[in-house]
Structure formats: C-alpha cells, structure tokens
Ligand binder design. Structure first.
Ligand code: BMA
Length: 895
C-alpha cells in the first residue's frame, strides 16, 4: 500500500479546494464546469465544446486547438470558510503557468513557473462567507514569444525550429513543460490550468507550518547517518516549540525544543543514527528496499500538537564515480556506486505519459514502472524536457527499487540568463529538491538534457558566433542586459568539455553519451560507441496497428501517407524506418515496392482488406527492426563492462509514449509492450548470453554477462538450427565461469562450424543455452535471443516460405488477487521467426512473459499472459492474433 508524504494534524486546519470549479474564457462566451486539478482542454471536452478526440488524426493542429491556447482562461471557485484562523495562505502545488490570482477582488499574486510551489498570504483577503477565488491563465505561447522578441539577443531553442513538430517556438522563455510546445515524439497543446492540488492552510493556535523537509545522509566523520529535518513556520507570538520525531523500525525517537519568534521561522534539527541500527535501502537486484516511516510533529508550550507531517525515508549512499582512470589510460570513469557497490544501470528514459497530466493516473504510472521491473531494469531517467513527477511516483520507485536519474526541466535549448529568469529557476530548484530529497530512489539530480552539447557543438549558429553571451549572468529584468554592470560567467565544466570537443571515437571516454544513428544498419556493432555510460540511444517504430487504427482511417494506412508523416514528428522518420526494414530484411520486391510507393498510387495497387493487412505488417516490421537494433546495441553496452570501454550504464530512448504515434518507445501509449520491451527483458536479465559478429569478421562470438552478486559456473551449449528443415545440431558444450558483476568473452565459431550440418550455405539460427548449477543444485536455463547468421546481412524473408501452421492453445486460465494468468502453448510445423502474439480485445490488458520469438518444429513453447484487473469472460484462442515473418511472405500485394 502506498503511504504518501502527508500532513495529518494540519488537515483539520486547511480547506481543500480541489474538485469542482467554474471555467470561462476571456470574452465570457464560454461558461462551463471545471475539475481541479486538471487542464482547461479536459473541461472543454467534458462540456462537449471540444466534441472530438484531440488525439485522433490531425485534430491536434485544428484551428480551435490553437484558439484555446490564444485565449485567456479563468477558473473560479466560491467557498465559505467555517474554521477559525489568524493566518491563512493559499497553497498552490502547481499552476500551469502564467496565472493572476484574486480573492474577493483583491489581487493575491501572480505566477510564472509551472514547477514552483506557490504560497500566498491571504490572511487579510479571506472572509467567512462567500469567498470568490479567481485564477486567470495567460497565453504562454504568446507571452514567451513576446519575451523572446524583447530579449536583447537571440536565445535558440532547437526543436521548435523543426516544421515536422507542428509546434511553437520560444518555449525556453517560459518555465513550463518544454515538450508542451511540441517535441519530436509529441504534439503541442500548451495546456493551462491548476494542474496540481490547491488548498488553504490555516494556523493552529497561532502557528502555521508551511513546509517540511527531510534528508538522510551518510556522515563519515560521525561514522553514522545524519538525519536532518526542517520546517518553516509562521507564528503569531514568541513561543517554545517541541519538535518530536518518531521513527518505526527500532530507530530512536527524538525530541528537540526550540524557541521561535513572532513571524516567519525556520526550525531545523539534525541528529545521528548509528550505522548498526539502520537497514540499508538497495536498488532492486542488489538487496532489500528497506524504508522507515517517520512521523514529525510540533507541540506548543500548552502541550497541543499544532502541526504534524509524515515521510517514508531510506538510508543509502550514492556516488557518481568520475575519477580518472589509472595512470596512462585515457579518460575518466563514469558510473554509479550505491552503498559502495558499483552498479550497471539498466533502464530507459521516461517522458510525460500524457499531454494532459491529470489523465496520467497513478495506476498508469504504476503499470509503467512495474513494466520496468518486469523487464529487469533498475533505473529510469526522468528526461529534462517534461515534468517533475508526483510524490507518489518517487515513492513507488523507492518501493520497487528503481533508481531515478532526475533532470531539471531544461532541454535542447539555451536559456535566458537575466537575473529574473535565474531567480525564478533558483526557486523552482529549491521547491523541487526540498519536496523530493528524502526519496532514496533519486540518485542523481542532473542539470538538463543536451544543453551543453547544444552549446559546445554549436547546434545553432548563434552559439558559435558568441558563446559567452549564453553563459553570462546579466541584467536585472527580462529584456535588459547589464551594461558595464556586474557580469558572472557560468563555466561548462569537465567532463562536458572533453565529452563534446574530442573526436567522435574518443568522446565516450568522459561522462555519459547520447547516441543516434539513422544512416546505418542498426545491427552493425561497429557503429555503436564505446562509452562509459550511454544515457540515450534509440530507434523509432510504429505503434501497433491496433492502436493506430483508433486514431486513423483506412486512407491513412500506408507507411508514407500524409497522416503517418504528419504524426511522425521526427522529420524523415517514416523513410528511415523503411530503410531500416530494408537493411535488416530482404522483403519480397512487390512488398518493398508497395511500401515505398507514392501513397496515393498505392491505393490502386491493392484492395482495402490487403491494404489493412500490409499496413499491419509494416507496423510489425518497424517494431521488429527497432527491437533487433536496440537490443543489439544494449548487449554491446552490457558486454562493454568487461572491456576497455568500462561501460556501466545503458538507458535507451524511450520507455513510454505521450500519444499514439511513431516514436522511439518500447511501450506504446496505452501500456502495450512493443517487441523491444520483450527483447530488453532478455538483455537486462541477471545472466545474459550475448552473441554477435565483430566488425570485419565472419566468426560469431559469445559473451556472458553476470549481474549477480555471486560468480556463476556452468556449461554453455551452442546449437545450430537449419532454418529450412528445423534440424538442430549441437556445435559445442563449453564449461563457463563468470565472476560476480562480470562480463567476458567465452568462445567463438566460424561460419563453417555453425553451418556444417545445415543445408543452408549462409544462414542458420544459433541457440546458446547456459546451464548453471545453482547452490541447491537448481538449474537455470538462459536462451540467447536467436539471431540470424550472419546478422550483418539482410535476412531474406522468402526463406520462410514453408507455412509453419502456427497453432495456439489456451491450456488454462487462473485468477489471482489482482489479475489473472492465461497459460498458452504455441507450436509450429516449420521454423518461424519473430512470432508475435497480441489480443484483439481491448479489455485484455497486461503482457506476456515472452513474446516475439523463433519457434522450432516439435518444440512447442509455453507462454503465460499476465492479465491486469478482472478477467474478461470467455477468452478464446480466436481472440489472439498471431503474426510472424511468414505472414510477410504470404501477404504479397497482387501486383
Ligand atoms: C534526444 C532526446 C530527446 C529526443 C530524442 C530523439 O535528443 O533528448 O530530446 O526526443 O533524442 O530525437
């Protein structure tokens, strides 16, 4: 059960203002009911003023969508105040973004930052009966544009210059979710509204606690854990206050008395907890996620508890090791060390899960994070172009043992550096760090996404012409650079200078690396960087056709249709996916011609039913090539741990989607796993058997990576499988031993050894199985994802000409407390590649334990589907849709 950070006693002295409000536009032609927290768009949908799905087709660029942004919107709430108070403040956990607030006609304040927690003193304006609170939101797109124009120099923001994004420029001039102005995977809605809870907080017997923070940190001098607790209070009088801190789990209870004065005070108390008393918090796979409940309260000099607050905290150390390598070797280390253990970070990048944040429920976040766990990840990177997540999100990461690389919300741009802007940012940073610092899962606060790279590499000419202007603090106001005044230069520090100025092949020696290559075959290992830590790498794929169908109509079902191109915000993305398919699969020429045809001409090439089938196959093929490329790259990084690259992190781009569109995600909007997610699950397993062909060699190498805390010993069995006959023959059995957290080369085979007993001259499948004798004599079997050999050439799909007659059978269905399992067996008459299972019924939600695999004749495979929630009635085999490479051959266009 989630217990979130929360205030208890103060709740009696507060008024929750969430719930129903009224919404109106600037000229008062619209009056509708509104829900808070929320976004104006959602209220307009609820009231049927927007009577279509903004995510359908090209609706997101409809004129009315842009008019909503142009308007100013007022949210209004009427309420009575029944409780006694001396002090009151309006507590706004998040206003998006440019808000002016009045209470009973009196101006209370204004806001200019979506990510700040604003508190306004309303002690004088608040009355007992019929209060009217009004919050008006200005147009963020217009205001940011005005600021950019008035600014003394041009401050570039890369991504909005791309027409393919159908978005707005100048996002860097407003502290608002940067991708809400559009991104290369997302639409521009620039929503506004009260997006986080809002309430009124009242004093309790003259005392009002405005905030509570908690930090646990290791103090080597004291050889113990330092716990620091802080609360900011406003008091009507001088008084003594007792601060009480109660831990569970056998940790000491603390009482501390402090004298405060009338007005604002900060009460802070630190104490040490002995190391022997604490059970450490560990990332998943390394130990338990031990957490402690902390209840803090303030008791006044009359013995009454006047405020209280609770946290759930953990104890762990974390270092980002960046020391130089031993003498003579170039570069620095770059890896995380938690509780003194060096960790390989396995994970993905997290983006906002919906344009309208209030639709991104906790249940959806939980399901995504659980999908990270199910795919053996231990880290997510909260990318800097989105939003800081809710407390519950981080609490879930704490509980699941998922480490969080948390960025501040700046991405792919340079930013103003006048004092007003920087002060606003400084406050944002304080608010977010104070809110979240007690979470053990947050192991890094990172400044931004790719801004230094933007600067140093000169993505915009302006940064080359005058780089220093962007790293100098100046001026007191927006639009007024200091003239001759006090200048302060921000330096771009080591290792970022080295990381960006070195030659391409040396950059991986410092810091973390982002790597994208759309030009070459994604399976070619020689293009992957040899780097310490790769915090982004990725390739695009389509969403499933099932998902795409819901946002499109039949005329859009072609790889190069207007809609396909419109919704792919990465310019040239559709062509690049077609090219990757051609690199990796030798399609029948008629199919290839159809995919590459002019979309209008393609309509006359096939009938509607075939068009639908072919587009479905296109979506499937993009997902197959994405999975193969990205898992190939991931395995390269995992093998890199045991090499001179010293790779210790692989976070691919991107975990999730903001809407249904062609993007880099491994989980599509709605939660369905793409093939990539299933492949990643194999790659990130504790023990990985990884096969690949090194550059320029015809031999096939096998590595084993062991991410367990103990060494493994066992045997590696390698078999070659004849694709045509399905015949399997054992090539070799090799004893293996890999140390804890190690990775090493085991053996290699030349092509003739592998192909020896097969009828084919160039292709076979390689099956590698490691059998590990466990301590209790338990055997574990790991299968390498079968790869075509040689992987370096396109696999001719026409090799799969035998109809495999895939047969699926539901063996049994079982209900669990919060879901159900469907046990399936799948068999085939011939070797068949990339067998992909999906349910046709929307109400079946969950994922398979394995999917997208090679199936061998006479080797039926058992698969379990883990369904969420209540099991739908009568699930049948016919509800299952099965695709494979054989379908690609079978479904040729007529001409
Ligand atoms: C990186 C990311 C994102 C982007 C992705 C794909 O630059 O940081 O900004 O979406 O690549 O282009």
């Amino acid at each position: 059960m989630l217990t979130r950070q929360g205030t208890t006693v103060a709740e009696a002295h507060s008024l929750n203002l969430d719930g129903q409000w009224k919404l109106s536009n600037q000229d008062k032609t619209i009056h509708v009911s509104a829900t808070v927290p929320g976004q104006v768009h959602l209220d307009l949908i609820q009231a049927n003023i927007i009577d279509y799905d903004p995510y359908y087709g090209t609706n997101y660029v409809k004129e009315y969508m842009r008019e909503i942004i142009d308007n100013a919107w007022t949210l209004e709430k009427a309420f009575d105040m029944d409780q006694e108070f001396t002090h009151a403040f309006l507590d706004c956990e998040g206003l998006d973004t440019l808000a002016s607030i009045t209470l009973n006609g009196t101006a209370i304040g204004s806001t200019d930052n979506q990510f700040r927690h604003y508190q306004f003193d309303i002690s004088k304006a608040l009355v007992r009966k019929s209060n009217i609170l009004r919050i008006t939101f200005d147009n963020a797109v217009r205001v940011s544009k005005g600021r950019a124009e008035a600014y003394p120099y041009y401050v570039p923001d890369m991504f909005n210059m791309s027409a393919a994004q159908h978005g707005f420029p100048n996002r860097n001039f407003v502290r608002k979710e940067q991708c809400s102005f559009s991104w290369d995977w997302g639409p521009a809605f620039a929503p506004c509204g009260i997006w986080r809870p809002i309430s009124i907080k009242l004093d309790n017997q003259g005392l009002l606690a405005k905030s509570w923070t908690l930090l646990t940190s290791w103090n080597s001098t004291l050889d113990g854990w330092e716990v620091q607790i802080r609360t900011c209070v406003t008091s009507t009088r001088d008084q003594h206050l007792q601060l009480k801190i109660n831990f569970d789990g056998g940790l000491p209870n603390i009482e501390h008395v402090a004298r405060i004065t009338a007005g604002d005070n900060t009460l802070q108390h630190s104490f040490t907890v002995d190391r022997s008393q604490v059970k450490l918090w560990w990332p998943r796979g390394y130990g338990e996620q031990n957490m402690y409940n902390v209840a803090a309260s303030l008791v006044n000099d009359k013995g009454s508890t006047v405020s209280s607050h609770s946290f759930q905290c953990g104890f762990r150390t974390c270092d980002l090791v960046q020391k130089a390598l031993a003498s003579g070797q170039p570069g620095d280390h770059f890896h995380f060390q938690v509780n003194d253990v060096d960790l390989f970070a396995k994970g993905a990048n997290w983006i906002p899960g919906h344009v309208f944040d209030s639709l991104m429920t906790m249940e959806k976040k939980r399901s995504l994070l659980q999908s990270c766990v199910d795919a053996n990840m231990n880290m997510v990177r909260i990318w800097g172009g989105g939003r800081y997540e809710t407390d519950d999100f981080y609490q879930l990461c704490d509980e699941l043992g998922i480490m969080v690389w948390q960025e501040f919300m700046f991405a792919c741009a340079l930013y103003p550096t006048d004092r007003l802007f920087l002060e606003n940012v400084q406050q944002e940073v304080k608010d977010q760090v104070n809110r979240l610092m007690y979470h053990p899962s947050i192991i890094l606060w990172s400044g931004n996404n790719e801004n230094q790279e933007f600067m140093v590499k000169g993505w915009d000419k302006a940064t080359m012409d005058n780089p220093y202007i962007f790293t100098t603090v100046h001026g007191d106001h927006h639009g007024h650079a200091a003239d001759g005044g006090h200048f302060q230069t921000i330096h771009i520090h080591h290792p970022y200078t080295e990381r960006y100025v070195l030659q391409e092949n040396e950059r991986g020696l410092y810091g973390d690396v982002h790597f994208y290559d759309y030009k070459h075959n994604g399976l070619h290992v020689e293009y992957y960087p040899k780097a310490r830590f790769v915090s982004e790498y990725g390739a695009q794929s389509m969403p499933s056709f099932i998902a795409w169908k819901k946002v499109s109509s039949s005329k859009d079902w072609h790889p190069l249709s207007k809609l396909s191109i419109h919704r792919n915000h990465h310019g040239n993305g559709q062509q690049e996916m077609l090219q990757q398919i051609d690199f990796q699969y030798e399609l029948p020429s008629s199919l290839r011609n159809y995919f590459h045809a002019d979309p209008d001409a393609s309509e006359s090439m096939v009938d509607l039913a075939t068009r639908e089938t072919l587009f479905d196959l296109f979506c499937y093929l993009t997902q197959c090539v994405q999975a193969r490329s990205i898992v190939g790259q991931t395995e390269h990084y995992l093998r890199g741990r045991g090499t001179a690259s010293r790779t210790m992190g692989a976070l691919y781009w991107q975990l999730n989607d903001i809407w249904p569109a062609p993007t880099w995600s491994s989980i599509e909007h709605g939660g369905t796993w793409k093939p990539l997610h299933y492949f990643i699950k194999h790659a990130f397993a504790d023990v990985l058997v990884s096969g690949f062909q090194p550059q320029g060699e015809s031999s096939f190498h096998i590595h084993i990576s062991n991410d367990k805390s103990v060494s493994i010993t066992g045997d590696l069995h390698v078999k070659a499988v004849d694709i045509r006959s399905g015949h399997t023959h054992l090539v070799s059995s090799t004893p293996i031993s890999v140390k804890a957290y190690g990775s090493k080369f085991i053996t290699e085979f030349d092509a003739s050894t592998l192909l020896g007993n097969t009828s084919a001259s160039t292709f076979c499948l390689v099956l590698a199985t490691v059998v590990i004798g466990g301590q209790e004599g338990i055997e574990q079997v790991y299968e390498m994802l079968p790869q075509t050999f040689p992987t370096r050439d396109a696999f001719s799909i026409e090799r799969c000409l035998t109809d495999p007659k895939i047969c699926t059978k539901i063996e049994r269905v079982e209900d669990h407390s919060n879901g159900y399992g469907i046990h399936l067996s799948i068999s085939s008459d011939a070797v068949v590649g990339m067998v992909w299972l999906e349910w046709r019924r929307d109400e079946i939600e969950g994922h398979f334990d394995d999917n997208v695999f090679w199936l061998l004749p006479e080797h039926p495979k058992s698969v379990i589907y883990h369904g969420k929630g209540k099991r739908p009635d009568s699930i049948l085999e016919s509800d299952l849709q099965v695709k494979s490479l054989y379908d690609v051959v079978r479904c040729l266009p007529a001409k």
